[in-house]
Each structure stands twice: as C-alpha cells, then as structure tokens.
Design a protein around this ligand. Structure first.
Ligand SMILES: [Zn+2]
Length: 385
C-alpha cells in the first residue's frame, strides 16, 4: 500500500516535470511589439476586454498560440495579444536559433558571420523592419560582421562600433561554417557574390527587383471613393495608404515604381491602363479593398485576365496567403477593364473586406499593410527570377 502511494507520487511528479519541460520546449519564444500601440486582452478575441497596453519595442514571452493570438502574462495574470503585431525577437542563445530554422539553407544563413552588400546602396536601420529609422548607409561590396538574425533582417556590427539592421535580400552572407577568421569570411563572401552574379538562379538572399518597372495602381480616388465600409472607412483612402507602403517596399528592393495616382484625385480606368502602356512595364498591380452587404463575408482575392497575369498572380497570391491572417478567397480570372486594357502582366488585389469587422480590424494596421508589401515583393522576386 505504502509502495503504491510512493509510486503514485512519483508518477504525479514525473507527469508534472514532463509537462513543464514540454511547455518550455514548445513555447517561451520572445517577441517584440511591432505596432505603435498593442492592446493586451483578457481572451484571444478582438472584442475581449482590454487589460493593458504595450508599446513598440516592448518585449514579451509567448507561451501558446491560438488562431492568430498568443498568450503571455500581464500584471501577473494570463493575457492575449494579436500575433500579427509581433516581431520574432533575435534569439539570445544559439539553440533557440536552430529551433526556428528548419531547412539546411537557413541554418547556413544563421551560421554566417559576415554579410556583403549586393545592392548599389542600402539603408541600415535601428531595428528589423522598414519602420525603423535609418541610422547609416552602406554601398555595394561593403562587408559587415553579423551578430544575429530576425526574419529577413540581419543585425550587423558597424565600423563605428554601433550595431544596426540590414535587409538580408540586399546582402549575400558568407558560409561561415568553414571560415574561421573574419578575413576568411570576407573572402568567402566576395567569391560568393561573384559566382552568384553569373548564376541563372540566384538565391533569395541576393535577388533584387532592380531593373524592373512596376506600375502600382491605387484604385479609385477623387470623386470616386470606391466602397464605403464600417465606420465610414473609404476604400480610396485605405488603398492609398497601402499602395504607398507597397511602393516604398518595392523601391527598397530596387524596383522602379510608377504610381498611377499619388494623392486623392480621379483617374479613369483607361488612363490607368494607358499610363502603364506608356512605360516598358514588367508588372501592373492594382490595389483595392472589397465590400459586401453581409458583414460575415471576408477574405482577400487576386484577379488576373491574361495568361501572363495568371503567372504573376500565382506567385503574388501564394506569397500573400502564406503570411496574412485573412481568409484566402483564391486566385481567379476576371474581366476588369484595367486588367484587359493593360499590356503588361496585370493583377488586381482585393486585400480584404472593409465591410467585415474582422477584416477591417486587420487591414487598417500598418503591420498588415507592411506584410502585404513584403509579400508582394517576394511574389515579384519569385515571378521574375
Ligand atoms: Zn475597388
């Protein structure tokens, strides 16, 4: 009887420890707040009670994830925040890094200890997104020692002893596994740049949109407000905001971006197509938000008309759908005038419903718009290279 009791206690203790260990292995990820202000809520829902506020740059440890929400602790009790507003913080121990990087290619990237700038000129920022301030610049061929990585950004050591963040797609990293000194690493990086430039299929780290003309078409404008959503949100305004962010991102990737409208004025559909046809346009992307009388209708679509548009749409749509928390309504053919009259491969993106409370809560955030911009860039890179 006594033995049975001891066994029982041992089993209970073991279960407890195994459980604790499993929790730690599966969670405890550190994230940084990317939005200016982030609501902390009692439950994982956008209408749950707000129990606190976090600010840009605040760090939090995440213990579990549910439908786009992550659980943390706030003021001693469990709390939830929308994951969409969080940036994975740079790992503090190498072990955490290898956990995130599943593919061998990424492991090499993480192990690299220097990067060489491959774009003509790049900005070095104070943090790992385009929203951070530019603190320095660098030119093609310059090499930096790397400290850590966060998403597509690399934390590098600057010549003045400070540190900064550089976009990995504008650099090439050295395979540091064999390089023992930084001098050797520099050499490796230089050789890699040379070999990659002649390569027909460059790796994602050094592809760029340089040399490509992209026409961005912000839908509606002026006397044409487009759809009017919940709370009086105008499609033309949201579209303008989003298109600006996309334009900036594509330019950061080296693209030449032509915008059909840069402020709030009316432009006919023919004028939009004509503008694109006047350039040697490589891709035409029209940006819209959707509407529907039934508030439960939600999600994003990509439309094309021609076969070339289909190919472009395939790449951009799959890139966006891998990253946004909106319902995927698919890629489809549609005879929109702006798609029919444009000579270049053309697509029209409906980036969510301004008549859906859920979509609206997501699409109005700078984070969503930046994610869309990043994924359009990635889709274009995949389409062109
Ligand atoms: Zn529209």
């Amino acid at each position: 009887m006594r033995n049975l009791k001891i066994s029982f206690i041992v089993i209970v203790l073991l279960t407890f420890f195994i459980h604790v260990e499993k929790m730690e292995a599966a969670s405890g990820q550190t994230y940084e707040v990317g939005a200016n202000i982030l609501h902390v809520r009692e439950d994982p829902a956008s209408d749950a009670t707000i129990i606190g506020l976090l600010h840009k740059g605040d760090r939090l440890t995440v213990f579990q994830e549910q439908y786009g929400w992550v659980q943390t602790y706030y003021g001693g009790s469990t709390a939830w925040v929308a994951k969409h507003h969080l940036i994975q913080a740079s790992p503090e121990v190498p072990a955490a890094n290898s956990e995130q990087t599943a593919t061998p290619a990424k492991t090499t990237e993480a192990a690299a200890n220097s990067v060489t700038v491959t774009a003509p000129s790049v900005n070095i920022r104070s943090g790992p997104t385009l929203e951070y301030a530019v603190i320095a610049g660098a030119s093609q061929g310059e090499t930096f020692n790397t400290i850590s990585k966060s998403g597509d950004w690399i934390n590098v050591e600057l010549n003045n002893g400070n540190t900064g963040w550089i976009a990995s797609w504008l650099t090439s990293s050295s395979g540091a596994s064999t390089a023992s000194s930084s001098e050797q690493a520099t050499e490796t990086a230089t050789t890699q740049v040379a070999s990659v430039n002649t390569d027909k299929e460059p790796t994602s780290a050094n592809r760029s949109l340089s040399g490509f003309n992209i026409v961005l078409d912000a839908g509606h404008g002026g006397r044409d407000p487009g759809a009017i959503g919940l709370g009086g949100v105008y499609e033309k305004e949201l579209v303008h905001q989003t298109t600006n962010q996309i334009a900036q991102t594509l330019r950061n990737h080296g693209a030449t971006v032509i915008e059909t409208r840069t402020s709030d004025y009316y432009l006919s559909l023919d004028e939009r197509a004509d503008l694109s046809n006047a350039y040697n346009t490589d891709a035409f992307i029209s940006i819209h938000y959707n509407s529907f009388p039934v508030v439960s209708v939600q999600g994003f679509n990509t439309f094309y008309y021609t076969e070339a548009g289909h190919q472009l749409g395939r790449h951009v749509h799959s890139s966006i759908s891998s990253a946004v928390p909106l319902a995927n309504r698919g890629l489809g053919q549609a005879g929109y005038k702006v798609l029919r009259n444009t000579n270049a491969p053309a697509i029209l993106l409906e980036l969510g419903f301004i008549t859906s409370p859920y979509d609206l809560s997501v699409i109005q955030t700078a984070d969503y718009q930046q994610t869309v911009a990043d994924k359009i860039a990635k889709g274009l890179l995949n389409y062109f290279h």
